[in-house]
Design a protein around this ligand. Structure first.
Ligand code: GAP
Length: 440
C-alpha cells in the first residue's frame, strides 16, 4: 500500500484558520457557542462550494447526453427507507466508555477512549444514523418522516418518472446534488464528516451484463475529475473494498481516496449496486421499475453504477490540496493554488489608489469583466497587501488599474501562481483572461 505524501502537520489547522478568517467556512450558530459540528459557508465559501457543484454538474450532466438531473425532496416517508434498507441497516456500532460515559463509534477508536484513555466499553449496539422528524401538526406513526441520509433514493423512486418523460434507455443516468443528513456518532475533522452535508450523486442504469464495464468506467472517470481540477496525482488513490466491508446494497465498491492530513481517507465512493434498489422499490411500492428493451423484446431490471461524492468534503480536499506557502520577492505568502473554475473569485479588480480619477476607468473594467467572471473589487490597503490577500483566497488574476491606464487604456494583469505581470489593453482584457483559462 503506498504511503501518503508528506504533509505539513499543521495543514489542517492552517486551512481551518484561513477558512474562518477569510469567510469560507464558519462554525454554525457561533454567537451561541456553535452547534454540534454544523457549519455555515461564508461569502467566499459559498462561491467556492457552488463552483465545486457546478464543475460536477457540468461534467456529469451538461457535457453528456446520457445523464439528466433531478432535485428531489429531502423529507421522505418511512416506506422509502424501509425499502432502501436504511431503517434496518443504516447503523453504526455505538459504545459508551464505562469510565467517562462518552459515546463513540466503535470502529473508529481502536479500543481506547479518545477522551479518557479507558479501554472499558459497553457492548456495541446498532445506532441508526437517520434523523427522524414528523411531517404535519399531528404526532404519531403516520406523521413520521426522515431526513434523507443520501440523495440516491430520489433517483430510484423517480426512475419510472424520468424514463417516461425523457425517453432515455440504458445506459443512462440520473444525477442530483443536494443536502443529506446523518446523525453521525463522531463527526470530525472540520467538514470531512458532519451531520448535515451536501452530496453529488449519480445513478447510472445499465444492462446487467454491462455493469462491470461501467463500474470500471466510472471509477476512472471520477478519479480523472479530481485530477483535472488540480488535485495532484500523489494525493489521490483508488481503494477497492473487501467483500466483507461492502454496504448492504453493494456488489463492489471502490473509493477515490485523498491524502488528508490524517492519512488516506474516502473522498468519493463508486459502487455497483446491482438491481438491489429498483427491485426493493418495485416490491415495496407495487410499481414496476424495469426497462423494456424493444429491440430484444426483453424486460429487465437495470443494474446501477453509482459514483457518490460529497460536495462539502470535496471542497475541503480542494482547499487542502491548494494550500501552499512560498516566498515572493523576499516575502512569504500563503496561496491557494485553486483551479480557476473553483476559486471564489476569478478576477480581482484593483485600482492602484483610492484617488477619484481612477474610479471611472476601474468601474468600467469591472463592468467589462463581471458578467463573465466572478470578481472582487478592492481599493483598501497597499497594492502589495491586496495581492497577498487575493493570493490567500486563490484569486487567479488581479487586474490593476493605475494612472497610466487613463492615458494608454491598458491595465496590468498579475498571475497568482507565477506572479508575472503583463500589460494588457482594456479592449483585449476579456480575450486575454479567456486565454488564461485555457492555459490552466
Ligand atoms: N449513496 C451512497 C452513499 O451515500 P456514502 O459513501 O455513504 O455513499 C458518499 O457517501 C459520499 O458522501 C462520501 O464519499 C462523502 O464524500 C460524502 N459523505 C458521506 N457522509 C458524509 C458526512 N457525514 N459528512 C460529509 N460528507 C459525507
Amino acid at each position: 500500500m503506498e504511503s501518503a505524501p508528506p504533509i505539513d502537520p499543521d495543514l489542517l489547522d492552517k486551512v481551518i484558520n484561513l477558512a474562518k478568517r477569510r469567510g469560507f467556512i464558519f462554525q454554525s450558530a457561533e454567537i451561541y457557542g456553535g452547534f454540534r459540528s454544523t457549519y455555515d459557508y461564508g461569502p467566499l465559501g459559498v462561491n467556492m462550494l457552488r463552483n465545486v457543484k457546478q464543475a460536477w454538474w457540468r461534467s456529469m450532466v451538461q457535457l453528456r447526453t446520457d445523464i439528466v438531473g433531478i432535485d428531489a425532496a429531502i423529507l421522505g416517508p418511512p416506506a422509502v427507507w424501509a425499502a432502501s434498507g436504511h431503517l434496518e441497516t443504516f447503523t453504526d456500532p455505538l459504545v459508551d466508555c464505562r469510565k467517562c460515559k462518552e459515546r463513540w463509534r466503535e470502529d473508529k477508536i481502536d479500543g481506547v477512549c479518545p477522551n479518557c484513555g479507558s479501554t472499558e466499553f459497553t457492548e456495541p449496539r446498532a445506532f441508526n444514523l437517520m434523523f427522524k422528524t414528523q411531517a404535519g401538526p399531528v404526532e404519531g406513526e403516520g406523521a413520521t418522516a426522515y431526513l434523507r441520509p443520501e440523495t440516491a433514493q430520489g433517483m430510484f423512486t423517480n426512475f419510472a418518472n424520468v424514463l417516461s418523460t425523457v425517453r432515455k434507455k440504458p445506459p443512462f443516468g440520473i444525477a442530483q446534488i443536494g443536502k443529506s443528513f446523518r446523525n453521525e456518532i463522531t463527526p470530525q475533522n472540520f467538514v470531512f464528516r458532519t451531520r448535515e452535508f451536501e452530496q453529488m450523486e449519480m445513478e447510472y442504469f445499465v444492462a446487467p451484463a454491462e455493469a462491470d464495464h461501467w463500474y470500471r468506467y466510472w471509477i476512472a472517470a471520477r478519479y480523472e475529475w479530481y485530477l483535472g481540477l488540480g488535485i495532484p496525482e500523489a494525493m489521490l488513490r483508488l481503494h477497492e473494498h473487501a467483500q466483507e466491508d461492502l454496504s448492504h446494497y453493494s456488489r463492489g465498491t471502490t473509493d477515490v481516496e485523498f491524502a488528508y492530513p490524517w492519512g488516506w481517507d474516502e473522498l468519493e465512493g463508486v459502487a455497483n449496486r446491482g438491481d438491489y434498489d429498483l427491485t426493493q422499490h418495485s416490491n415495496a411500492s407495487g410499481t414496476r421499475l424495469e426497462y423494456f428493451d424493444q429491440a430484444a423484446n426483453e424486460r429487465y431490471t437495470p443494474y446501477v453504477i453509482e459514483p457518490a461524492a460529497g460536495a462539502t468534503r470535496a471542497m475541503m480536499a480542494f482547499l487542502l490540496a491548494a494550500y501552499h506557502e512560498d516566498v515572493v520577492e523576499g516575502e512569504s505568502r500563503s496561496v491557494l493554488k485553486l483551479d480557476w473554475r473553483l476559486a471564489p473569485y476569478q478576477v480581482a479588480v484593483l485600482p492602484l489608489s483610492k484617488k477619484p480619477e481612477l474610479e471611472g476607468v476601474s468601474k468600467e473594467v469591472l463592468a467589462l469583466v463581471q458578467p463573465h467572471f466572478m470578481c472582487d473589487y478592492d481599493v483598501t490597503q497597499s497594492i502589495g497587501r491586496r495581492y497577498r490577500r487575493q493570493d490567500e483566497v486563490g484569486t487567479p488574476w488581479c487586474v490593476t488599474v493605475d494612472f497610466d491606464s487613463l492615458e494608454d487604456r491598458a491595465v496590468t494583469v498579475r498571475d497568482r501562481d507565477s506572479t508575472v505581470q503583463e500589460r494588457v489593453k482594456i479592449d483585449d482584457l476579456l480575450s486575454s483572461l479567456r486565454e488564461r483559462t485555457n492555459e490552466r
